[in-house]
Design a protein around this ligand. Structure first.
Ligand SMILES: [Zn+2]
Length: 145
């Protein structure tokens, strides 16, 4: 079932504004309930996000079928990231609440390409990425979807 007609929106939320087309993103793909785009503060090249279209902050309040759709989108993007970048591994990271370092209170899954010795910690500092570098890897992954 699609929630496209009924999902909650928070006009101050950066992800809701991306879903509404009010902010730009490097959009990888979307369906009725989800959208995927590049993280513009990437912890590694190819860092992407799978996001519910509705403003459900955390895993305990999102409808299960929408969470399942987010998981399918994360899987689709992870396959493309793996094909294009051939990382040694990929983490899917989904955080709930400030104690888990959730930076945007709108449910999302990070798709993180990983390499041994990359030094990435699961609670990383937000550092603005180089937009041209984000766009370059975005084009490659999008083409693989
Ligand atoms: Zn939101």
């Amino acid at each position: 079932m699609s929630h496209v007609e009924t999902y909650p929106v928070d006009g101050t939320c950066v992800f809701c504004r991306i879903v509404a087309g009010q902010l730009p993103c490097f959009k990888l793909c979307e369906d009725d309930d989800t959208i995927a785009f590049m993280d513009i503060n990437p912890v590694a090249p190819g860092h992407a996000l799978a996001v519910a279209k509705g403003h459900w902050p955390t895993v305990d309040v999102i409808p299960g079928d929408v969470l399942a759709s987010v998981a399918r989108t994360a899987q689709r993007v992870a396959r493309a990231v793996g094909t294009v970048l051939k990382p040694e591994g990929i983490n899917l990271v989904q955080s709930n609440g400030p104690g888990a370092a959730q930076s945007v209170p709108h449910l999302h899954v990070h798709i993180l390409p990983r390499h041994r010795e990359d030094g990435v910690l699961l609670n990383w500092a937000l550092v603005a990425g180089d937009r041209a570098a984000v766009e370059a890897v975005y084009q490659r992954i999008k083409a693989a979807l």
